[in-house]
Design a protein around this ligand. Structure first.
Ligand code: UD1
Ligand code: UDP
Length: 364
């Protein structure tokens, strides 16, 4: 059975890597990897760490790329590869534009599609944008749906997707820890963690947060530093120039904020394990932080991961006051902090990839 995994951005690569490592080893499976290169540096960091050498690299990333240009380039460059390789099944992940365009291209070639991380929903078309629409469109095209949780499975059932085509697997994000965590990790990036302080990991990159919301986030961080002397932020900056411009304008030069280049996943997971709190608009970090008993403050109005609300995460939105109050609460209310930190991870148990492999083997 020829299985073609197609992905292009950092989070897809991180979450597909443990599955690809299993597919590579599995007898009777010919694993083909196609990367679109929607991200270049941030994707290559992951490929390097997992020692994945793609069979095809569409290398589409352009500075200032748009949703239209990504979609267009994936469709036109992937089609000849699908026609040449004729895989038995194509695997796509999550909700990026690479994933949507790859699923569309596979559909046009009448190749069955497996969707990893299926069924996440906010039911708000523009939040996150364009991911909520991307994942719904992929669900409409996919043949096999690997839902991380019971809730994501229920979301798919409500859309009349047949139960026999859905498998609840857990999220592969948690499988990745097996490869990344280490007691004696040496950081590649110069991050000097001051053990006497509370380190807060901060990330922000969402399209809908560009502009005022991201400025609000930065101002909230400055306010927290003013109010709490024992806090230090580490902020790995996404390579999107529109994100970096705002961050640097507000936060550059502050000694209590370590601004870094994107961390590789080894640095990232080992840093997260030492943090007091994670403040983020990322999807993946909402799933990863609870694995390391780190509560999450989500910088969004809605989340497609409501399994964590009231347990492992708090939605703080993007208004300065609300962000400040939410972080303050977690810095001062010890019983709330402990309760959140001790919650079991609702997103998986680290065995999702083997469940997906089992389902794929059943189709041989
Ligand atoms: C994309 C995904 C988003 C995901 C995010 C993960 C879409 C529409 N969005 O958003 O769902 O959460 O990736 O990080 O698919 N850049 C580089 N080098 C890199 C990566 C990015 O220079 O390695 C810069 C480029 O200038 C690029 C810009 O970042 O134009 C934006 O990248 P893009 O993939 O278009 O959007 P993201 O916001 O990264
Ligand atoms: N991540 C990383 N280095 C960074 C920032 C994030 O390795 O500098 C990892 C993070 O641990 C998670 C994934 O990237 O596994 C999340 O990616 P991102 O936040 O870019 O996208 P999202 O999950 O929001 O789609």
């Amino acid at each position: 059975m020829k299985i073609m995994s197609i992905f292009g951005t950092r989070p897809e690569a991180i979450k597909m890597a443990p599955l690809i490592k299993l597919l590579e080893k599995e007898k009777g499976i010919n694993s083909i990897v196609v990367v679109t290169g929607q991200h270049r540096t941030q994707l290559d960091q992951v490929l390097h760490i997992f020692n994945i050498s793609p069979n095809y690299d569409l290398n589409i990333m352009k500075k200032g790329q748009t949703l239209e240009s990504i979609t267009n380039l994936v469709l036109t460059t992937l089609d000849p590869i699908l026609k040449l390789e004729k895989p038995n099944i194509v695997l796509v992940h999550g909700d990026t534009t690479t994933s949507f365009a790859a699923a569309l291209s596979a559909f046009y070639n009448q190749i069955p599609i497996g969707h990893v991380e299926a069924g996440l929903r906010t039911y708000n078309k523009y939040s996150p944008f364009p991911e909520e629409a991307n994942r719904k469109l992929i669900s409409a095209l996919a043949d096999f749906h690997f839902a991380p949780t019971n809730l994501s499975c229920e979301n798919l059932l409500k859309e009349n997707i047949k139960k026999e085509n859905i498998k609840v697997t857990g999220n592969t994000a948690l499988d990745t820890f097996e490869y990344t965590l280490s007691k004696n990790h040496t950081f590649n990036e110069p991050i000097n963690i001051d053990e006497t302080k509370k380190t807060i990991l901060l990330t922000a990159h969402r399209r809908e947060n560009l502009g005022k919301p991201l400025s609000n986030i930065c101002e909230a961080v400055l306010q927290i530093l003013e109010d709490f002397e024992d806090v230090h932020f580490v902020f790995p900056m996404h390579l999107n120039p529109s994100v970096r411009e705002i961050i640097l304008k507000h936060l550059a030069g502050n000694k209590r904020i370590t601004l870094t280049e994107p961390l590789d996943i080894l640095d990232m997971h080992n840093l997260l394990s030492k943090c007091y709190l994670c403040v983020t608009d990322s999807g993946g970090l909402q799933e990863e932080a609870p694995h390391l008993n780190v509560p999450v403050v989500v910088l969004r109005e809605v989340t497609e991961r409501p399994e964590g609300i009231g347990k492992t995460l708090i939605l703080a939105g993007t208004e300065k006051e609300n962000i400040v109050n939410t972080i303050k609460k977690l810095l001062t209310d010890n019983s709330l902090y402990e309760k959140m930190a001790k919650e079991p991870n609702p997103f998986g148990d680290g065995k999702a990839s083997s469940r997906i492999l089992e389902a794929l083997n059943a189709r041989k």
